[in-house]
Design a protein around this ligand. Structure first.
Ligand code: ZN
Ligand code: FE
Length: 256
C-alpha cells in the first residue's frame, strides 16, 4: 500500500491510497483536478472515494471524479447518507470493508461534525478534520465531551500509528499549544522543526500518535499546565476534563 498526499484548495489535504497493482482510492477529494492529475501521471484510474465527513472542502471533487472515472465506490458513514448524496456504500462504527485484501476499519468520531468518521488500516488512520497536527477541528456540530472522546479513541491507538489529517494548520496550532503549555519542550522543539519544513514548502502530514500525545493540547487536558490554562480562562477551577477541553477549544477559536 502506497499513500500519496495531494494538496488541494488553500490548505486542504486529500490522500491517494494505491495498492501494489495500481488500484487507487482517494480520501476526501476537495476538488477533482489535482486528483485526476496525480492519477493520470501514474496512468491509474480511480476505484474508490472514502469520505470522512460532509463538509464541502472534503467532498467537493466527488461529482467530477465520478464523471471522469465512472464506476467508483463512494464509501462513508451510514449516518452521513443524508448529507453526502453520492455515497454508494456505508458502514457503522466498528465495521470494516475490504480494500484489495486489506480490512479498512470505520471509526465514528463525532465532534467536528455529528457524522464524522476515520478510516484505518495497518498502522495508518485518516481522520479528516477531527485531529490536526497539534490541534483539533472546530466543534461545528458536536460537544466538547464528544470531541474529547473521539480524540481519546485516536490517542489509544498504537503510538507509531500515522495520522493523516485534513488541513495544514500545524504551525498556528503549535503557536497556540506553546501558549497553553509554555514549559513543554516537545512543543517548542516541534514548532522549530515545523517552521523549517514550512519554510521549504514541505508538509507536516502525517503525524503520529506519539508526537500528538507529547504536543497536542487537546490530547493533554489532564496535564497540570493545561488545566491551569483552562482555569485562568474560566476564572475558576474546571470541574472536569471536559470543561478543560471546552475552555482550550474556546481559546483556540479566537487565536490566530
Ligand atoms: Zn470539516
Ligand atoms: Fe475541512
Amino acid at each position: 500500500m502506497h499513500i500519496i498526499t495531494i494538496e488541494c484548495l488553500y490548505d486542504n489535504y486529500s490522500y491517494l491510497i494505491l495498492t501494489e497493482d495500481g488500484k487507487a482510492a482517494v480520501v476526501d477529494p476537495s476538488e477533482a483536478w489535482p486528483v485526476i492529475k496525480t492519477l493520470s501521471e501514474r496512468n491509474l484510474s480511480l476505484r474508490a472515494i472514502w469520505c470522512t465527513h460532509h463538509h464541502h472542502d472534503h467532498i467537493g471533487g466527488i461529482a467530477d471524479l465520478l464523471d471522469e472515472y465512472g464506476d467508483v465506490r463512494v464509501i462513508g458513514f451510514a449516518g452521513a447518507r443524508a448529507a453526502i448524496n453520492a455515497l454508494s456504500e456505508v458502514y457503522e462504527d466498528g465495521q470494516q470493508f475490504d480494500w484489495d485484501g486489506i480490512a479498512v476499519a470505520v471509526m465514528h468520531l463525532p465532534g467536528h461534525t455529528e457524522t464524522g468518521i476515520a478510516f484505518s488500516f495497518a498502522g495508518h488512520i485518516f481522520v479528516g478534520d477531527t485531529l490536526f497536527g497539534a490541534g483539533c477541528g472546530r466543534l461545528f456540530e458536536g460537544t466538547p465531551a464528544q470531541m474529547d472522546n473521539s480524540l481519546q479513541r485516536i490517542a489509544a491507538l498504537d503510538e507509531q500509528t500515522n495520522i493523516y489529517f485534513g488541513h495544514e494548520y500545524t504551525m498556528v496550532n503549535l503557536r497556540f499549544a506553546g501558549q497553553v503549555e509554555p514549559a513543554n519542550e516537545a512543543i517548542s522543539h516541534r514548532l522549530h522543526e515545523v517552521a523549517g519544513l514550512r519554510d521549504k514548502g514541505l508538509l507536516t502530514t502525517p503525524t503520529t500518535v506519539a508526537l500528538e500525545l507529547r504536543t497536542n493540547p487537546f490530547l493533554r487536558v489532564d496535564q497540570p499546565a493545561v488545566i491551569a490554562f483552562a482555569a485562568h480562562r474560566l476564572g475558576r477551577q474546571p470541574r472536569d476534563r471536559v470543561e478543560v477541553f471546552g475552555a482550550i477549544r474556546e481559546a483556540r477559536n479566537s487565536f490566530s
